[in-house]
Design a protein around this ligand. Structure first.
Ligand code: ZN
Length: 319
C-alpha cells in the first residue's frame, strides 16, 4: 500500500469482561491449569492481557458475518481454497503464476474485509494494539469441568480439566485505521456498536458461555496529512477518505471510492491549519458521525461486485 500516510483514525477502546473470559496462552505450561490465560511481563510482573492479534481476529470474523448478511460471497473465507468464497490470499497465490501483481491491483481485487483487515498478500488498514489492564490487573480464577475441548473450543464429553478465567477489570486498546476509505470507518462503527451491545465474544469457549465482553469507545481522533487536508469552518468539517486525498488516477488504480467525502457538524477540538503537517480533529463517541459513515458502508457493500475472476471460478469450480 501507499508508503505515504494521508489520513488516520485512532480510536481508544475499553473492553470489560461481562462474565468469565479466557484468552488462551499459546505456550504450554508444565504445571498449573490446563488452559492458562495469556500473560505478558509488565511493571515487573506477569499480567493478563488481551493480545491485539486476538482482538483483530474476532473483529474480522464479525465483519465477515456482517458482510455476508448482504450476500454470502461478498467476503472471502480466509480458510477456503476453492469456490466463490476462496480466500483472497489463495487467489493471488494462483494469479501470480500467470501475471504480475502489484500493490494497487492486489488492493483493488481484494474483498472488502481483506481491504480493511489484510491478507497474506496485503497488510491491511486496521491495526489493533494489545489491550492492557487499566490500573491494577485483575486476578484470575480457576474453573474446572466446564468441558471445553482444549483444541477446538467446542464441547467435549467427559473431559475434565482446569482453566483460568478473568471476570473483571478494564482492558484498554487503540485501533489505528490508516489511509482509510470512509466506508471502512463505517464498517468499524458497526463493529464497535456490536461490541458495545455485547454481541461480540472473545477468546475460548464461546459456545459454552465464555467470552462475553462490553466495549466502550473512550475517544476518537482523525488526522489528515498533506495538501488536500480539510479544515473546519462554520461549525462543519469535511471528512475525507483516501480517495479524496490522492490523485484520481491513483484512486482509480486502487479501486478506491472517489471523491470520498462527507461534511458533518463539528464542534470538537481542532489542531492544524497553516504551518502544520498533521491536522487533527478530536471527537467523543457521541459526536462522531457514525450514522453518516455507516451509510457509506451500506451504500458501498450493496453495489460492491466480486472481481471477474472470482465470478469465473464459480463456473470452473476453482480449477
Ligand atoms: Zn478477502
Amino acid at each position: 500500500m501507499l508508503k505515504q500516510l494521508v489520513n488516520e483514525c485512532v480510536i481508544k477502546l475499553a473492553i470489560r469482561p461481562d462474565g468469565p473470559i479466557l484468552v488462551k496462552s499459546g505456550i504450554e505450561t508444565v504445571s498449573g491449569p490446563d488452559m492458562a490465560f495469556v500473560r505478558t511481563w509488565r511493571d515487573g510482573e506477569p499480567q493478563v492481557y488481551l493480545p491485539g492479534s486476538s482482538l483483530k481476529g474476532v473483529l474480522r470474523s464479525h465483519a465477515e458475518r456482517i458482510t455476508r448478511t448482504f450476500n454470502e460471497t461478498k467476503a472471502c473465507d480466509p480458510f477456503s481454497k476453492k469456490g466463490p468464497t476462496m480466500s483472497c490470499g489463495h487467489r493471488f497465490e494462483r494469479r501470480k503464476k500467470r501475471e504480475e501483481l502489484n500493490n494497487s491491483l492486489v488492493y483493488a481485487q481484494s474483498c472488502p474485509i481483506c481491504r480493511l483487515f489484510g491478507s497474506t498478500w496485503y497488510g491491511g488498514r486496521l491495526a489493533t494494539a494489545d489491550a492492557y489492564a487499566e490500573g491494577r490487573p485483575p486476578g484470575v480464577e480457576q474453573r474446572d469441568g466446564v468441558g471445553i475441548d482444549r483444541f477446538t473450543g467446542g464441547a467435549a464429553r467427559g473431559a475434565k480439566f482446569e482453566l483460568e478465567v478473568v471476570t473483571s477489570g478494564t482492558f484498554v486498546t487503540i485501533l489505528h485505521i490508516r489511509n482509510f476509505e470512509l466506508w471502512q470507518l463505517g464498517l468499524v462503527g458497526f463493529l464497535l456498536q456490536d461490541l458495545k451491545d455485547g454481541l461480540i465474544r472473545v477468546g475460548m469457549g464461546k459456545s459454552r458461555g465464555l467470552g462475553k465482553v462490553r466495549g466502550e469507545v473512550r475517544s476518537i481522533r482523525v488526522d489528515f496529512l498533506g495538501p488536500q487536508a480539510p479544515a473546519p469552518g462554520n461549525g462543519t468539517l469535511t471528512l475525507k477518505g483516501i480517495g479524496s486525498l490522492v490523485p484520481s488516477e491513483m484512486a482509480d488504480a486502487y479501486g478506491m471510492v472517489h471523491p470520498d467525502e462527507v461534511t458533518v457538524t463539528f464542534s470538537g477540538e481542532w489542531q492544524g491549519g497553516e504551518g502544520h503537517i498533521r491536522h487533527t480533529a478530536r471527537f467523543t463517541d457521541e459526536d462522531f458521525p457514525w450514522a453518516a459513515l455507516g451509510r457509506r458502508w451500506v451504500d458501498y457493500i450493496q453495489v460492491y461486485e466480486r472481481p471477474l475472476e472470482m465470478a469465473l471460478e464459480r463456473f470452473t469450480g476453482g480449477a
